[in-house]
Design a protein around this ligand. Sequence first.
Ligand SMILES: CC(C)(COP(=O)(O)OP(=O)(O)OC[C@H]1O[C@@H](n2cnc3c(N)ncnc32)[C@H](O)[C@@H]1OP(=O)(O)O)[C@@H](O)C(=O)NCCC(=O)NCCS
Length: 179
Amino acid sequence: MATVQIKFLGVDDYDSVAALNHRVVARGDGFVSRLDPGVLSGVLARATGFAVGATSAGELVGYRLVQLPRSADDLLDNRAYRGFPELGDLRFVARFAGVVVAPRARRQRLGSTLCEVALATLRARGILRVITTCHPANAYSLRMLQGLGFEVVGTGATAAGHARCLLSARVHEEARADG
Ligand SMILES: CC(C)(COP(=O)(O)OP(=O)(O)OC[C@H]1O[C@@H](n2cnc3c(N)ncnc32)[C@H](O)[C@@H]1OP(=O)(O)O)[C@@H](O)C(=O)NCCC(=O)NCCS
């Protein structure tokens, strides 16, 4: 594969992200569902989060979406998210809201790199914890997330009834009460 570039995505990337998402949904990979247009637009506009992408020869070959919830209602499939043990002050919590690497670009650490760039960005913003969900049978994604420091903290289900593992990772050490 040609050289890969990692960059923050913007509103102009909407169609490329949606197309890559649709391709993976059509293949049935990872039990990924179609992206909600409102969530995708908000993230790409940097109004409700941000997105990191990977391009190769001008084509999008990977994305990682990050949502910064302002309230519990902002957590899209919040039925699954209700299972999280105390989320605390949501100003310090981010949600990993979708990651996809194009089949031909997989297993080259692209997914991990996109997540690492997102985690570094969140760390710089003072975020303490990142949460996400994943289908329990999505072994590749679970392994990737665990390799990045995520731990399974419970199980849940989406509003559509699909099973989900609930995962959480510390970005920063929590501020210590004793200073
Ligand atoms: C999950 C996904 C994003 C991983 O992307 P990737 O760039 O291939 O992942 P990486 O190369 O960074 O792999 C990181 C680790 O995950 C595990 N892993 C990923 N793909 C794997 C595979 N095909 N076989 C075995 N282990 C795999 C390995 O532990 C790997 O580390 P290693 O290569 O050092 O052994 C990609 O497979 C994908 O797009 N899947 C479909 C969409 C999806 O499932 N999204 C997640 C929804 S929760």
